[in-house]
Design a protein around this ligand. Structure first.
Ligand code: HEC
Ligand code: HEC
Length: 288
């Protein structure tokens, strides 16, 4: 055995290696460090065995526990569905008009409906149904197609002038293009329409327009101009306009009418989702 040599300056043993008069001191790693290192190795081996670890040719080592984050996620999702199913089953089984004022169910519909509305309806109808030109306000009590829970549910399910077979579908005739009315008659009836909501109008033109209105318009907009929900003819007396607002807008609608399109949601949203969002719309302020 080689004799142990001590470095004269530091008092530490040397390893016996020497290069050009420089000797290597023998300073081993601290014991605490060494043992933690061994512990880590043992831990890693245990971890490999218990949890998924290295890839194999066709798959990967799944570990004793068979754990996977995907399975964990699926279990979470199943638990969520389970906790919701008590609600969704109730909604699936009932008509929107049967809800009455069951506050628990209504609260659930409001929370769910709000999210569905923001994702699917707000781009056209505005946040919380505030509306935009050509897209009706859903937060007031002016309804083109009716504001009961049932009517709203039907509109949302099948749409208006949509590609669904059961769509709501009346169209205002093209009075000028189809030569049903002369331009002067259109000007007269515009004044009459303006007068209905108390807007400034020419009294004698409006008087002549009233006759035209009774013949050509009342079928869809009502004798009194208050609208006919079955025909989709909007109320013209309340000062709430889709396109109208002034003589130019009203003239344009009579001469060359626009036909707003509301998509059908049946098939795109689930039945329960359509019920939730219809109840939400009904609650926005103007439900009948
Ligand atoms: C692409 C634009 C668009 C989207 C998206 C849209 N709508 Fe509409 N919606 C319309 C238009 C346009 C009308 C007016 C139809 C008409 O002229 O009669 C309408 C009408 C309605 C009406 C009838 C209003 C009344 O006064 O009778 C309801 C209710 C309604 N939408 C609810 C919804 C809901 C709920 C959603 C989301 C699930 C939605 N809409 C998504 C365009 C849209
Ligand atoms: C066959 C049914 C029908 C007849 C007849 C009809 N309308 Fe309409 N009218 C509608 C419908 C439906 C709308 C809504 C169009 C839409 O939602 O895109 C409308 C919209 C309007 C608007 C726009 C309302 C707004 O809120 O901006 C005016 C104004 C109007 N009609 C006036 C008339 C006048 C005046 C006549 C008669 C000369 C007439 N309509 C005849 C169905 C009719």
């Amino acid at each position: 055995m080689a004799t142990v040599e001590k470095d004269e300056f530091t008092g530490t043993e040397t390893t016996g290696h020497e290069w050009d008069g420089i000797k290597e001191l023998n300073t081993p790693m601290p014991k605490w460090w060494l043992y933690s290192y061994y512990a880590c190795i043992i831990f890693a081996v245990g971890y490999w065995v218990i949890y998924p670890s290295w890839p194999t040719f066709s798959d990967y080592a799944k570990g004793m526990q068979g754990y996977s984050s995907r399975a964990e996620h699926d279990a979470d999702l199943a638990a969520q569905r389970q906790s919701r199913s008590q609600w969704t089953e109730k909604f699936a089984a009932m008509d929107v008009s049967d809800l009455g004022d069951d506050h628990q169910l209504l609260d659930y519909a409001m929370a769910g409906g709000k999210i569905i509305f923001a994702e699917n309806c707000a781009p056209c109808h505005g946040n919380a149904g505030a509306g935009a030109p050509g897209y009706p306000v859903l937060a007031d009590d002016d309804w083109i197609w009716g504001g009961t829970r049932d009517a709203i549910h039907t509109t949302v399910s099948y749409g208006v002038r949509s590609d669904h077979d059961d769509t709501r579908a009346s169209e205002m005739p093209n009075f000028l293009g189809d030569e049903v009315l002369e331009e002067t008659q259109i000007a007269d009836v515009s004044h009459y329409v303006l007068s209905l909501s108390g807007a400034a109008s020419d009294a004698s033109a409006a008087e002549r327009g009233a006759v035209v209105f009774e013949d050509e318009c009342a079928a869809c907009h009502g004798e009194d101009g208050k609208g006919v929900a079955d025909m989709g003819g909007p109320n013209l007396t309340d000062g709430i306009w889709l396109y109208g607002k002034d003589t130019a807008g009203i003239n344009a609608q009579i001469g060359k009418p626009r036909h707003g399109v509301m998509p059908a949601w049946s098939g795109r949203l689930s039945d329960v989702e359509i019920k939730l969002v219809s109840l939400y719309v009904h609650s926005l302020g103007g439900g009948q």
